[in-house]
Design a protein around this ligand. Structure first.
Ligand code: PEP
Ligand code: MN
Length: 347
């Protein structure tokens, strides 16, 4: 990592980039509030031989010891990344409430949910058109028709959309509507998929694998980042433990720990961890209070009739009150609910 001086000129930054590339390494520029940092990714010895310490405009050369480089907090000098997702800010002081059904089921269900979460103040709309189901005999999602309904919900509400991509062959169709692509827990280590999404340059919500360590999650994010795509949100959604009293164990310790290790925003999914509706709100409040940069929560107009994940979906009725309480918990951690509208007002 090459830290440039505060008053380094653009030419000096360019010159360092050119020297890194001449050694066969890749240069990754990151402009912080105070300084520009250049990540040199390649053979450590070869980069060291360039003798960049003392080059014009260079403040210091610091090796990043972690195996994940572009995701590391060090790369941005401990400054959090604030991402722009379809016009809404996520990260730093901006708290994202991502809400919507588990899966897109019908036009009525999708539009009713979208309008309800929009009215409650949600930041982004979720909904799966391609669903990773444990059983191959279970409903697999509406596919293209689901994407079309998401596009309609987005057009009507103005909410940016997050939806899952499971197969790189659907990438083009998904990015026509998605403002952020969800990579599900089961695909966290699908490195070919991560690379393709990295190249597409679309923001990503990367969910932690059911049995993945934080380091594995960060290494997975590195696959996206190394393609030049800097917009990655990490998502804790519960992990497998010996406990069987609820669906997964929500690892809230991961939130402050990840925030120490990475500059990327950290989102929490209380719905899939809980598996039961009555646990969703307490876990949401805890997640917000512990410093998460957002929550992704499942909401449905009639959860008992939902095609999948009914028991854990919150009803649209009462969602505004839930949002108000989550907003208060986020304020405890110094964050305010973000929306496309607030971003526009803030200019
Ligand atoms: C989902 O968000 O609907 C989902 C399937 O999540 P996960 O990949 O975390 O199980
Ligand atoms: Mn679900």
């Amino acid at each position: 990592m090459i830290v440039m001086k505060q008053d380094a000129s653009e030419e000096q930054v360019e010159a360092v980039v050119a020297r890194i590339e001449s050694a066969g390494a890749r240069a990754h520029r990151s402009r912080g509030v105070e300084v520009t940092v250049i990540g040199a990714i390649g053979d450590r010895e070869q980069v060291a031989r360039l003798g960049l310490e003392g080059a014009p405009g260079v403040e210091q050369v610091v090796p990043i010891l972690k195996p994940y480089k572009l995701a590391s907090a060090q790369l941005r000098h401990g400054e959090p990344s604030v991402l722009e997702i379809g016009g809404a800010r996520v990260g730093g002081d901006c708290f994202a409430l991502i809400a919507g059904p588990c899966t897109v089921e019908s036009r009525e269900q999708m539009l009713a949910t979208a309008h309800a979460v929009k009215a409650a103040g949600a930041t982004l709309l979720r909904g799966g058109a391609y669903k990773p189901r444990t059983s191959p005999y279970a409903f697999q999602g509406l596919g293209q028709e689901g994407l079309r309904l998401l596009a309609e919900a987005k057009a009507q509400t103005g909410l940016p959309v997050v939806t899952e991509l499971m197969d790189a062959r659907d990438l083009e169709a998904v990015i026509e509507v998605a403002d952020a692509i969800q990579v599900g827990a089961r695909n966290m280590q699908n490195y070919a998929l991560l690379t393709e999404i990295g190249r597409a340059g679309v923001p990503v919500l990367l969910k932690r694998g059911l049995s993945s360590t934080l380091e594995e999650l960060l290494m997975a994010s590195e696959y996206v980042l190394k393609e030049g795509n800097e917009a990655v949100m990490l998502c804790e959604r519960g992990i497998r433990t010996f406990e069987t009293a609820y669906r997964f164990t929500l690892d809230l310790t991961a939130v402050p720990v990840l925030k120490g290790l990475t500059h990327l925003p950290v989102i929490v999914d209380p719905s899939h961890a809980a598996g039961r509706r009555e646990l969703v709100e307490p876990l949401s409040l805890a997640a917000a209070a512990v410093g998460a940069d957002g929550i992704i929560v499942e909401v449905h107009p009639d959860p008992d009739a939902a095609i999948c994940d009914g028991p854990q979906q919150l009803p649209t009725d009462g969602f505004a009150a839930y949002t108000a309480r989550v907003e208060q918990a986020a304020a405890l951690a110094g964050k305010a609910l973000s929306s496309v509208a607030t971003a526009a007002v803030a200019g």
